[in-house]
Design a protein around this ligand. Sequence first.
Ligand code: NDP
Length: 281
Amino acid sequence: MNQHFAVFGMPISHSLSPRIHAAFGRQTGIALDYVAIEAGPADFATKLQAFADAGGVGANITQPLKGLAAELATTLSERAQRVGAVNTLVRSEDNRWHADNTDGTGLIRDLAMRHGLDLRERRTLIVGAGGGARGIAPALLDAGIGELFIVNRTPERADALADMLGRPGHVHARYLGDVAVLGEFDLVINATSANRGGTLAPLPRSLVGRRTAAVDLSYGEAAIPFMAWARATGCYAAIDGLGMLVEQAAESFKLWHGVRPDTNPIFTELSSHSAGLVTAD
Ligand code: NDP
């Protein structure tokens, strides 16, 4: 009998997660179904309960529900607790939700293992301070990046993220409007959802030096403007969020099923549909 899984978020129609988990299931011989359920902050709790009542045993959570999912869960992993954002729920046998966040591990695996980036001592800029940024920032620090600057449209959220990370002197929150005076970065990460319905004002060329890698957490059409900026400004690598998506999915799959699937086949398949969007050297 199939085990039931779902991804919750809004909007959710663009999500590749059902396709990725179906591929993992086929590869590992695990019988599962995985659907996308549209839910916003107002109806997430109700829809999650309905999913559980119908036999749902695991879920992924995406924007804008990652903080709310942390509040609804009964127990949180240390990393989910640290960032206050959740992308994976696991239903326990006593019908409670255990929460985790696999975004950070997913990004690090993609950058270090798929793209061969050495993250140590890399001076890093994160643009954005939402759930995605909260998920990746601790993992980047754990991977040994150099100074970390965070800028966000709403400055208070950048401040809150920097406070959560601690390490004053190494982690700095700055105004998005002041980004031109921050100097060059080795790693520039777009962690905004700006291109899903809005526009991120162009970032200055002054951020880019000889060995700048640009990383967008978004993928597909949403990543096109930032990838174009990366190429136009001479970044030596331009990496969209597809690899991270596949890697964080594999980490969730491992939490649910105890086995980590090979991510390369589905990454290759999905990349071929967005040819030209993912480049790195
Ligand atoms: P959130 O809704 O939690 O946060 C959105 C962020 O984008 C906030 O920092 C927000 O700023 C900023 N933002 C939105 N519109 C604009 C704009 N027009 N100009 C400047 N900043 C803007 O979303 P997430 O953090 O969860 O997701 C962000 C992106 O990362 C999404 O595209 C998502 O798909 C992607 N993502 C990809 C993953 C992957 O596996 N590849 C995993 C996680 C996320 P403010 O605080 O001012 O509102």
